[in-house]
Design a protein around this ligand. Structure first.
Ligand code: ADP
Ligand code: MG
Length: 694
């Protein structure tokens, strides 16, 4: 149970003054729905009103805070469109305050004639004089605290004003309790870090742009808290798993030997190395939880197959889960002849299976007739039971959350788990996302792959691109055409794809297809299948193109507004072509002119097809937060830490977590108890639960 001391932070934001359901909905969009979500959202900018000139010295076009005498109200005659004016002055000159659609009674109250007021806003030039339209603040000089000279700026959304957000934030910060120190005091001294509450106030009270930097001392402290919570939670999960013994998988090696003969190729060195790591884990009595990273096309499937055969060889079962039906079908096509050749039975289960056929399949899985089972999410269902499940393989990990991974692994007596991802991520990031797993990587592609000819082309040469696509289609090649990513709106994204579809129809007729995120799974699958069969030569898609789908005939990848995509994403998309015999190309269409970062990104893509290098560069250019993209689940999203800049803090947090677990595994000491609070603060309740269970 979450400690009471944190309760004020875990209240709904509607508990804050000035936050009703409508405002709460908007704040939820940018920060979250609980008070703690607000306080963990650092300011993204700063409004500096500390300039306090006299009227005559106030620079045009800049923010200024001025102390003025309110001389005279000049109300517009009724029925005119003239604005309401209030004439003010100091000993150096005059300033006119301008209000449109003003309420006279309100202005009379806040700006009483003959009194002095502090006002703040942008100073403008009007007919040689100075004016200020709708001052941001008007304060009584007796109560100067009502006028903040430095205002942090938080992420906003349409309808949510900076002032409302700031007020909510102040309310949230006021609820931040004093908490027992969870960091090691010697470490705090060494770093010169303040306590949590002070650091929190400093981060939310910037007085210069430099204070917004993630390298500021106060921010580092909070970032470290977040990283430590992450690493400690992962360490606890890893420890709990280690304690739970797995099974030693030790077959006679006959089927494995046979499958090696049946394979149409030799394994690459990289595949062999990964496979050895997997087999070592499987043979050990502890449970395997291993991540296999490797670029699209690097040949992960065969590693999974061998692992599954090793499990089946001992008389047990193995399951492999993929995110889409098409992927399951492709795996089935490829695996079936190989499994047949060595006398291993294979079964698939997807959402399409219903009625009697489904019951039969479930029976074969339950009684052990099915050695290897392939499937989609349908495998999670409770009705699916195995006779003796020894290995779980999860393909394209980033599509599944950690919870789904766990749900599947509960279908056997502590089965080994092999997770595969085609999204290479930098080492530091792997620590945060997969710190609970061992990691293998396939860093080399099977021989004979031709490089994809990658070009950048400005969008105004679209006609040339269409002509090139037409030539490819006429030759019988297939083309992917990816439409721009529109972060703000899925709807705009859809419109862009539909427009492109309509524009290409005259040239391509029925051989152009469209697939987008608003379609149902079955609709998507149907279009993808037509492409896979070759019935479509051009496939227009928003970014939903299924990861891992194999269309050997696809030779051209067109990406519109490539500058809007992340590097890793572009790399993933490019990986969809060049899988067959024919030379392939990737056309990155961009809007001219390109910014520096965008230019650098596209350049890297032209230089290399090495996913690991691309991932490192991407992190360097974009920061870690953006790197993973909104679509990927299962990755922690840090609010205060940015592993692109806090890499050394992450390494320290990892060591720290390890030491904590060694010395105080149950988190029972005073520091341990404080660390429990830290875990709850960052919503790692799952990890704390393991403590009690253990
Ligand atoms: P991914 O890592 O993207 O899942 P796959 O396992 O689908 O890659 O493999 C991509 C293609 O490479 C497949 O057609 C597969 O048969 C082929 N392949 C895999 N390993 C080798 C190898 N060692 N030599 C030649 N071809 C290979
Ligand atoms: Mg694959």
């Amino acid at each position: 149970m979450r400690p009471d001391i944190l309760n004020p932070l875990f209240a709904d934001i509607t508990a804050l003054q000035g936050v009703g359901p409508k405002i709460a909905a908007m704040i939820s969009r940018v920060a979250g729905s609980r008070v703690v979500d607000l306080i963990l959202t650092p300011p993204a900018g700063l409004i500096d009103r500390s300039a306090r000139p006299k009227i005559a010295e106030a620079p045009f076009g800049q923010l200024a805070t001025l102390t003025v005498a309110v001389d005279r109200h000049d109300a517009p005659p009724t029925g005119t469109r003239r604005p309401y004016r209030v004439i003010c002055s100091d000993e150096t000159g005059f300033l006119t305050l301008v209000f449109f659609h003003a309420r006279a009674d309100y202005l009379k109250r806040v700006l009483p004639e003959g009194e002095t007021r502090i006002i703040s806003g942008k100073v403008e030039e009007f007919k040689g004089g100075r004016q200020m339209t709708h001052p941001d603040h008007i304060a009584d000089p007796e109560k100067p605290e009502e006028l903040p000279l430095f205002e942090p700026v938080y992420p906003l959304t349409a309808g949510l004003s900076a002032a409302v957000m700031r007020k909510a934030m102040l309310g949230a910060l006021a609820r931040a309790p004093e908490l027992p120190e969870w960091q090691d005091t010697a470490w705090l001294d060494q770093k010169g870090w303040a306590d949590w509450q002070s650091a929190l106030r400093q981060v939310h009270g910037p007085t210069s742009d430099a204070d917004l930097s993630p390298m500021r001392v106060a921010r580092q402290r909070l970032a470290y808290d977040e990283l430590l919570a992450n690493q400690l939670a992962l360490a606890l999960i890893r420890k709990a798993r280690k304690k739970s013994a797995g099974r030693a998988i030790n077959g006679d090696g006959k089927k494995l030997a046979a499958i090696k003969v049946a394979l149409p190729f030799d394994l690459t060195d990289a595949q062999r190395k990964a496979l050895k790591e997997v087999f070592d884990d499987m043979r050990a009595p502890e449970r395997m939880v291993r991540l296999l990273q490797g670029d699209v096309g690097s040949g992960k499937t065969v590693v999974a197959l061998m692992a599954m055969i090793a499990a089946v060889e001992t008389g047990a079962q193995a399951v492999m889960m993929a995110p889409t039906e098409i992927l399951v079908q492709q795996h089935l096509e490829w695996l079936t002849p190989l499994c047949n050749a060595v006398g291993v039975s294979i079964e698939i289960l997807t959402g399409r299976d219903t009625g009697a056929s489904r019951r039969e399949k479930l029976a074969r899985i339950a009684n052990g007739d099915a050695d290897i089972v392939l499937g989609t999410h349908a495998l999670f269902q409770e009705t699916v039971t195995f006779k003796d499940l020894a290995l779980v393989v999860v393909d394209e990990q980033h599509r599944f959350g950690v919870h789904q991974r766990l749900a599947l692994s509960e279908k056997g007596p502590r089965p080994d788990i092999l997770v595969m991802t085609a999204t290479p991520i930098p080492r530091t990031l792997a620590l945060t996302a997969y710190g609970d797993m061992e990691v293998s990587a396939i860093t080399e592609k099977p021989p004979g792959r031709k490089p994809v000819d990658t070009r950048t082309i400005p969008l105004n040469r679209l006609d040339d691109v269409v002509a090139a696509v037409k030539r490819a289609a006429d030759k019988g090649d297939q083309v992917y055409w990816v439409c721009p990513l529109v972060e703000e709106s899925e709807l705009i994204e859809l419109t862009a794809a539909e427009d492109r579809f309509e524009a290409l129809k005259p040239a391509f007729g029925d051989s152009v297809g469209l697939v987008h995120g608003r379609m149902s799974g079955a609709e998507k699958d149907a279009v993808m299948e037509r492409f896979h069969e070759g019935a479509l030569s051009v496939l227009i898609a928003t970014t939903v193109i299924e990861v891992g789908v194999n269309a050997p005939n696809a030779t051209v990848m067109v990406i519109e507004h490539a500058e809007r995509f992340g590097l890793a994403q572009l790399h993933q998309l490019r990986g969809r072509v060049g899988r067959g015999e024919k030379p392939a190309s990737c056309l990155l269409l961009y809007k001219h002119p390109l910014g520096e970062t965008a230019k650098a990104r596209l350049q890297i893509l032209r230089e290399t097809e090495d996913g690991f290098r691309i991932a490192e560069e991407d992190m360097r250019l974009r920061g870690a937060g953006d790197l993973l993209g909104a679509a990927q689940s299962g990755f922690p999203r840090f609010r205060l830490a940015d592993v692109a800049v806090h890499g050394d803090l992450l390494a320290a947090a990892r060591d720290d977590a390890k030491l904590i677990i060694e010395r105080d595994a149950g988190l029972e000491t005073d520091r341990g108890k404080a660390l429990r609070i830290l875990l709850y603060l960052f919503s790692r309740d799952d990890a704390v639960k393991l403590l009690r269970a253990g």
